[in-house]
Structures are given as structure tokens and as C-alpha cells.
Design a protein around this ligand. Sequence first.
Ligand code: SF4
Ligand code: SF4
Length: 303
Amino acid sequence: MTRDELLERSRELGFAKVCLTEPRALDIPKEGLIGDPASVLPDVRTLIFLLMPYRIGLTKETGEGVISSYYPASHSAYLAAKRLAGEIKEAGFDAVSNVQLPLKPWLLGLGLGKMGRNSLVIVKGLGSAFHVQCILTNAPWEPTHYWSGRQKGLYEGCEHCMRCVSACPAGAIRESCMIDQEVCIRAVSEKDPVPEGFEKKLGARLLGCDVCQSACPANAALLNGSALSVSLKELLCGQLGTLPDVIGTNYARKRRLRKKAALLAANLHRTDLTQELENMAQSPDPGEAGAALRALKRLKEET
Ligand code: SF4
Ligand code: SF4
């Protein structure tokens, strides 16, 4: 596989932007992230950053659970990068996909985008609606981009704009472009259990929150996607349907989604789901039973 073939194949797989660069170690003391690519692939010669765009789906109140369009895109990007790494290996090189490098510093340092006030990297033509995958390989391909140093500057459009800050329903965006992960709905929606007192803020959201991205002028042309609507009744009955194929097994965890569905059933005043909640309250799993009992109590109090 030549460099040009790699670039062409990446685009065929749905990656709108592909960036090849030289490996370097970044001093990133963040748990779970890899500072030195050579610690994963000792003879690494090339880092490949792949950006898969998606359309932001404006959330409609349907009485069901909502999953932001980011999650299916993230899973598609994961699968496409895995496939690409497989093809690089078939061509005789070594390759590792889904490498957890610190993506924001890399995207900024390579000049691919600028940091927005909502702490998301904004890339020309893609806004902030994209998912990034990284592949390490020992293929010696010439870089498309070179490291230009840590970038601290704000995205130009943010200078006189505070739309994301005003739109955020949780007040999670701080002046310093930092997100308070303890109150950001998107971050909390991925937690298990959801911290007490936060349930109502989730509204209908099973996973994700796109409010700050929807408000951002850089994403104005990208608001024609659709969020996933998921049947709460099916989740309460432990039926995930095709969700594992759509968002991946990491996010489609039955126990976690079942508990979240109970919480959302109360948020959305779904008294029609009382029987399913009562069945779930008999679960041998204390977490599931507790979530169902809490939801039943809230539904009763509110009727
Ligand atoms: S994802 Fe939602 S809660 Fe988090 S900063 Fe954006 S608007 Fe606020
Ligand atoms: S909404 Fe405005 S301030 Fe927020 S990231 Fe977008 S351009 Fe910047």
C-alpha cells in the first residue's frame, strides 16, 4: 500500500480528513491516554489521524430516550479505522488502531483546527462535528502535516461570541474554555450511576448532549442529522435490539441502559411504563431494582 493509496482508501471509508505525521511523545499526564506512541508500537514511523464527520441531530421530544448522533458516528469511525489498520497489515506493515492518544493537543499542534470556547476543536469545513481515530503504523509514509507546537489560541469565531455559553443548560462552560465535567450533561450521561440530584437534568437523554454544538455558528451547516430515538419500554424489558451494532457494545451495556431508561421514564412522566418498572423492581440486581423503585416513587409523587 502506497501513501496515496492509503489516503484514497481512508476517504472511501468515510474519513473526510486524513493527516499523516511523525510520531513524538507528548507529556500528557491524563489517566487512560498514551503520551508516547512508541510505548504501543516500538517501531512506529507514522501516526494517522482520521476525522469522520457527522451531522448533528436536533433533539425532538418524542417521549422516548435520545442518543446523540455522535455515538453512531463514533462507532462507525472505530470500525472503519479497524478495517483500515487490517488492510495496512495485509500490505505487509504493522498497524494498531483505536490508539488513545491525547487528541486535542495533537489536532491543535498539527494545525488541523482551533480550540472553541466550548472546549471542542473546530476544524474548517467540519465544525466540531467529527470523530477522530488514530492508527499507528511502521509504514514510512511522508507526512501530510508537521507538528507546529502547542497551540493555545482561541478559534477566531469565538472572539465576539458566547452562544455556547448561553445555550448550555447546565452552565458547564467556563470562561477558560474548560468544561466542568461534573456538571456537563454529556459527560454525566456516560456515568454509571448517574449522580444523585442530576437525574432530572438528563431530560430524555440516554447518551450525549449536543446543545453547545447546535448553538455554534461553526456548525450551522451541519444541523440536519438525526439523533437516535430509543424505546424506553424495550430497554426496561432488557431488549437492546440493534443498539450494540449501531453504537458499539461499550456504550450499549444492557444493565446501564436499563437503569437509565428507568430514570428517563420518570423524567418523561411515562406512567404507561409502570408495569415494566414494577417487573424491573423484582430484578436480583440491586442497582436495577433500586433504579426502578426510584422511578416508580417519582411517578407516583408526580401524579
Ligand atoms: S455538552 Fe451540553 S452540558 Fe456539556 S457543555 Fe455542551 S451544552 Fe453544556
Ligand atoms: S458558539 Fe461561539 S463561542 Fe462557542 S465555540 Fe462556537 S463560535 Fe465559539
